[in-house]
Design a protein around this ligand. Structure first.
Ligand code: ADP
Ligand code: ZN
Length: 302
């Protein structure tokens, strides 16, 4: 109904990323305010909540959604719910993210992974609308995957950590990988620190025809092929700083995924895979609106 959006609640979204944190004030999917910080130690949380406190003085906030890098403890019945897990990121392991916001703000607060939030937002407003099974991957400082089934982000023992899967290596690629836990898992091969270690040129300064992008596309295609076989997604949205800056990777990934699948799933030819593996419909707002979508869900709870 026209005019309905006037009644929509004011939601705060907090996206905690590997290199930057973004706080967003939104009504529906309309962003009203936004502020960003480089990700420091967990003290960054105080800067963020100070800003939310300012917004709280100006307007009636309904809920906060926190979409964070992980691993995160998300079992609502566990005492460490909402705590950061065993991240190698200095100063963040074990930090009580949920508790930080819950102790400062008397309103519903939801927390999930950054990629689960972005997946939900892409399902609601972006490239995965109408899909029962869809996923959002970030290829940025880290590599992560959020999986949505029938409108719910999948949590099980923990949550998907598919960026740490090992992929079949490219012939002749001897790079050892930089993941502190696994060496040459996918994140250890194509995440920000891996790109920095693989090339003397900063990722942002490489040309699109640098041969490193061929390797990155090939590694990602091994992964998307496994994801398609394991999860049967109707849409696989690839976002994050690397893909955002290098959209020419998407057709390379679709082409190589088609070659690897080899028409085993008969209708998934190159053309179909170009429709299945796509950039975020929400563009760079997928992360911030992901946090907003988590907050909206918290506000809607009884
Ligand atoms: P975060 O992981 O903190 O959420 P991003 O998703 O924006 O952040 O990813 C940041 C990463 O994107 C950097 O580590 C870098 O490797 C990569 N990146 C940034 N700019 C470019 C660029 N122009 N081309 C390729 N990669 C880039
Ligand atoms: Zn790893």
């Amino acid at each position: 109904m026209a005019g309905m959006s006037m009644a929509e609640p004011m939601i705060v979204g907090v996206e905690l990323g590997g290199t930057k944190c973004i706080a967003t004030l939104a009504q529906g999917r309309t962003i009203l305010r936004q502020q960003r910080w480089p990700t420091g130690t967990a003290d960054t949380l105080t800067l963020i909540s100070d800003t939310i406190a300012l917004w709280e003085r100006e307007t009636c906030l309904a809920a906060i959604g926190v979409a964070s890098f992980g691993p995160l403890h998300l079992n609502p019945h566990a005492s460490h719910f909402g705590h950061m897990g065993n991240t190698p990121k200095p100063g963040w392991a074990g930090v009580d993210i949920y508790g930080h916001f819950a102790s400062r703000f008397a309103m519903p607060i939801a927390i999930d992974t950054d990629v689960a939030g972005a997946a939900l937002a892409e399902g609601m407003w972006g490239a995965a609308q109408g899909c029962a099974v869809h996923a959002y991957a970030t290829i940025g400082t880290g590599v992560g995957l959020g999986l949505v089934v029938n409108g719910q982000a999948v949590h099980g023992h923990l949550h998907p950590e598919a960026g740490h899967m090992r992929v079949r290596r490219q012939p002749g690629d001897m790079f050892a990988g930089v993941c502190p836990s696994h060496g040459d898992c996918l994140e250890g091969l194509v995440g920000g620190p891996a790109l920095a270690a693989r090339s003397p040129i900063a990722a942002a300064d490489m040309t699109d025809d640098d041969p490193l992008w061929q390797t990155v596309a090939a590694d990602l295609a091994e992964w998307t092929t496994m994801l398609i076989l394991a999860l049967s997604p109707q849409r696989l949205v690839l976002g994050g700083g690397v893909i955002q800056a290098r959209p020419m990777l998407l057709p390379l990934i679709a082409r190589q995924s088609a070659d690897l699948l080899n028409r085993y799933i008969a209708d998934l030819d190159y053309g179909a895979l170009e429709q299945l593996i796509v950039a975020p419909g929400l563009g760079a707002d997928a992360g911030p609106l992901g946090a907003i979508s988590l907050g909206q869900r918290a506000a809607a709870l009884p």
